[in-house]
Design a protein around this ligand. Structure first.
Ligand code: ARG
Length: 312
């Protein structure tokens, strides 16, 4: 494995729709509560309304199904109020040989650790092989909301949740290039709050989530970035969106952002998930893509490598 500290720029990609994003795992919010505060949005004195949360979740699932996406539903553990944020259960990848594999998350906070044991059984029961970074459940922290295939690499945010050491394990285990980005904003503690791939050349990005060298690296990585301000990312959760073909399903869309997306030929569909913002997550956090394919969406290398900008 080689490691570089210089951010290198990816080859300019041909414009193409994302090939992934048509199959998701979600967790039905039957026990969604705010029992503790592990991010700045959470306040146990401000509880979600269960009926409203359930309606918003059903509307999201209905919208995704209406767009042709396949949705698989996991039951929520009674003792795991944050399990509704399915994105964090693990990094699911289809291998070129066809076998599905999921690298289970190893959550930073003990309050969420029991979620992955249940998710691991769910995946295994459906024919997925599973692994953990490092030793099972005790290696480096990895939370899957930090990792996205984009361009020539798996782009992985680290700092608040995922540990930098996890990037080496991912590169080695999967045989891919990992491009690390150092998250420094307390409110954007997962990369999916600041980065959303739209197609092969475009992404919603919020560089304010990162330190200066990583913000530069992110801007170099995305040939046509749609830059969100810190305010937009934090108050609207706009980067925490999902893309199904050319439709962007968003929790909110500032007019300026909508105009740019539409001029690129995307359709914007807004689904309100405000009850879930009380836990610090939105549409992307509630969904976990199951169709990201190694060798198609993420190049497989002879040897994995990690490219991380130096700290500021
Ligand atoms: N309360 C959850 C936590 O702090 C929210 C997770 C949001 N998920 C995400 N993929 N950003 O872990």
């Amino acid at each position: 494995m080689t490691e570089f500290t210089d951010p290198t720029t990816a080859e300019p990609a041909e414009l193409a729709e994302l090939a992934w994003g048509s199959h998701y795992a979600v967790v039905e919010p039957t026990h969604f509560r705010i029992d503790y505060a592990i991010n700045p949005f959470m306040d146990p004195d401000v509880q979600p309304d269960p009926a409203r949360a359930s309606d918003q979740w059903a509307a999201l699932v209905g919208t995704l199904r209406g767009l042709g996406a396949r949705i698989d539903v996991l039951p929520q553990r009674e003792d795991a109020p944050d399990m509704v944020y399915a994105m964090n259960l693990g990094l699911a990848l289809l291998r070129t040989a066809g076998d599905p594999h999921v690298v289970m998350s190893h959550m930073r906070y003990p309050q969420r650790r029991m979620e992955t044991g249940s998710a691991q059984q769910w995946f295994a029961g459906r024919g997925w092989t599973t692994s953990y970074v490092g030793r099972e459940g005790v290696g480096a922290h990895l939370e899957a909301g930090d990792a996205f295939a984009f361009g020539d690499a798996l782009v992985v945010g680290f700092g608040p949740r995922t540990e930098e050491l996890a990037l080496k394990h991912l590169a080695l285990e999967l045989g891919v290039r990992v491009r690390g980005l150092r998250l420094t904003h307390p409110g954007m503690y997962h990369l999916d709050l600041a980065f959303c791939p739209l197609d092969s050349r475009r992404a919603l990005v919020c560089p304010a989530a990162l330190d200066a060298p990583s913000a530069r690296a992110l801007m170099e990585l995305v040939p046509e970035p749609l830059v969100l301000t810190e305010q937009e990312a934090l108050t609207t959760f706009a980067a925490n969106s999902v893309v199904v073909g050319r439709t962007v399903v968003m929790p909110a869309c500032p007019a300026r952002v909508r105009a740019q997306l539409e001029s690129w030929g995307f359709e914007v569909v807004v689904v309100e998930v405000s009850e879930f913002h009380k836990g610090g997550g939105s549409i992307r956090c509630l969904t976990n893509p199951l169709d990201v394919t190694l060798g198609r969406d993420l190049p497989v290398l002879a040897r994995g490598e990690v490219i991380t900008p130096p700290p500021a």
